[in-house]
Write a new protein. Sequence first.
Length: 122
Amino acid sequence: MSIRLPKQFAELQPFAATWALATEYERAAQRRRSQPHDLQAFYAAAIKKLPAILKRVDKYPLGKIEGVDVHLFRLALSLAEIAHTSSSTALIRGSPLPSARSVCSVFMLACPTRGSAPPRAR
């Protein structure tokens, strides 16, 4: 199946078939199969677009993302999972990837309502 991304995300198109995977299991398997330079290339391209991706998918209710936006969301999931795995297990040997904390910070800045604490009951 061919995955087409919106024009404003054209620089991520070369990564779509590899990283816009539907399940955590598929994304984990792809991470394990990938060479460090492939992970670094995807990370470098995707981190620049993460705020725009999150802004776009934030218009949907949780669990209801549809159309081409589902592929963008899956790319964001792959990015977060690569950052988390890389920082905690040194998957990328010698490659300076930002930590999972920095990726999570971008998630929080792009979607402040999703990251805020629920109001306290009085």
